[in-house]
Design a binder for this molecule. Sequence first.
Ligand code: TYD
Length: 155
Amino acid sequence: MALEKTLVLLKPCTVQRALCGEVINRFEKKGLRIAGMKMMQLDEAILREHYAHLVDRPFFPTLRDSMMATPVVALALEGVDAIEVVRQMAGPTNGRKALPGTIRGDYSVSGQQNIVHASDGPETAAAELKRFFRDEEIFEWTSPMRVAVYASDEC
Ligand code: TYD
């Protein structure tokens, strides 16, 4: 159990479909703390870095273009085991395979237009938070809900 921060991107498909509020609401209702949030236009350079593991895949050009179609909304979310919690909430990559109840399962039918990006481990979360947020854009405010969200020995 560890208090972690993780990066979420609300993809352009989510901005275009006016689902940002709906998705952010899910993270808030779950009990995650919003430590950072901003809208930003991605460019080719940041996408080649962010998706470095995929640049040689045939779908990279459509992925890149879809991620540049409109601005994205970047979120830094904090909670106990937040990286895994948010990945579970997102569901598997392909919205057609993702179960109802997950964000991708409830809002997408695509393997690419799949609503959110979510960091997949502690090292990627640290690198991705640095990629999308300056230090002063991450806020360490104390949530008054913490005593109700967690047991005293959990957090
Ligand atoms: P990946 O990092 O494998 O998945 P995830 O987003 O679940 O961590 O892939 C990054 C994005 O690339 C994914 O959200 C959608 C896109 N993508 C495709 O368009 N086609 C594919 O076959 C894969 C694997 C990913």
